[in-house]
Design a protein around this ligand. Structure first.
Ligand code: GRF
Length: 210
């Protein structure tokens, strides 16, 4: 199968990037990473990319107008024929102009069951709210931050003795499975967006992703 060309945008640790890399290397994902782009120079994610001989770009946002910054990123993506952009812990709000240019091909991973707990510190928000269940979501990025059409979600139980760290850790383990699954669905062209709704053709989608 043809491999979908990915760009992964990151700002920090890059454990979700790592899970994409590992799934590609294990032959589970029909994808290749065209480049990893970070807005933070010393992001651990860039080190992970280099370790796997991937192109790792630091694009400095300092002193740039937002639109110019994203045009710079867009140019790098276009140069490399990127087909799907993954926001994997990219700690910036992507402007509408960029999302329009890459319409329906920018996806984000968020550590809650959206629409609950959008924004920062989603795990702490879930704990503070006393919810019994939270989880993670992969969705299309739209100008409505954390509000775009939902592709897939995975619930995670909240335990009475959880703190932010323990809960985040269990959610993260699920993120590492959910994001590659969403990418594979995109790679296999199984996704149809209808307004707020994402229709998925699950027929014969391999057991390994269920
Ligand atoms: C993840 O929890 C992701 O859901 C959120 O930012 C975190 C990134 O973690 N958007 P990592 O950099 O992938 O380890």
């Amino acid at each position: 199968m043809k491999k979908i060309r990915l760009a992964v945008l990151v700002s920090g640790r890059g454990s979700n990037l790592q899970s994409i890399i590992d799934n590609i290397e294990a032959g589970k994902l029909d994808a290749q990473i065209a480049c990893v782009i970070s807005d933070v120079e010393n992001a651990q994610a860039l080190e992970r990319a280099k370790k796997h001989k991937l192109e790792a770009l630091f694009i400095d946002p300092q002193g740039k107008v937002k639109e110019d910054y994203y045009s710079e990123i867009a140019k790098e993506l276009e140069k490399r024929g990127v087909e799907l952009v993954i926001l994997a812990g990219f700690m910036r709000i992507v402007p509408p102009s960029f999302l329009k240019k890459f319409e329906n091909v920018v996806i984000n991973i968020h550590p809650s069951l959206l629409p609950s707990f959008p924004g920062l510190h989603a795990q702490k928000q879930a704990l503070d709210a006393g919810t019994k269940e939270t989880g993670c979501t992969v969705h299309f990025a739209t100008p409505d931050v954390d509000g775009g059409p939902i592709i897939v979600q995975q619930p995670v139980e909240v335990w009475e003795d959880d703190d932010e760290e323990t809960l985040s850790k269990r959610i993260l383990a699920e993120e590492h499975k959910l994001l590659p699954k969403a990418i594979q669905l995109m790679a296999e062209n199984r996704i149809l967006i209808q307004g707020k709704h994402v229709l998925i053709n699950w027929k014969d989608f391999e057991d390994k992703w269920k």
